[in-house]
Design a protein around this ligand. Structure first.
Ligand code: HEC
Length: 110
């Protein structure tokens, strides 16, 4: 991990907990680094659902953060369609929590 990445994560966590509005640029970098964008876009379905659609589906679902954390970590199928998301073992817990919070906040671009 480079110093730049470290700074970005620290900043991101500070922002996420203080404002519940994680920095979109830092989040995009996490998504990029962990290959999420190969299958997901913010606004349109690709291989997996768009992050905006995920936000809509789980609006008001208090269990969503935990459920989605395990789903992305372990992979799975059948919720959106019969295509599987593979497990994502490489993304650090803190990064994954930040990504899920950002998605559930409606995947804001700014
Ligand atoms: C190889 C393609 C692929 C990659 C890489 C991938 N996903 Fe997915 N993702 C999918 C598919 C397909 C689904 C739909 C699974 C289903 O219908 O149950 C999905 C579903 C999801 C959902 C909704 C889960 C649900 O049960 O409603 C979230 C959130 C998500 N992905 C986030 C991520 C994140 C974050 C990453 C990167 C760490 C990632 N995905 C990487 C293909 C992928």
């Amino acid at each position: 991990m480079t110093l730049r990445h470290l700074c970005a994560s620290v900043l991101l966590l500070a922002t996420a907990s203080a404002l519940a509005a994680p920095d979109a640029a830092a989040l995009k970098e996490i998504l990029q680094k962990n290959n999420c964008l190969a299958c997901h876009a913010v606004n349109a379905p690709v291989v997996g659902p768009s992050y905006r659609d995920v936000a809509k589906k789980y609006k008001g679902d208090a269990g969503a953060p935990d459920k989605l954390f395990s789903k992305v970590r372990n992979g799975g199928t059948g919720v959106w369609r019969q295509v599987a998301m593979p497990p994502n073992p490489g993304i650090p817990d803190d990064d994954l929590h930040a990504v899920i919070a950002w998605i559930l906040a409606g995947a804001p671009e700014h």
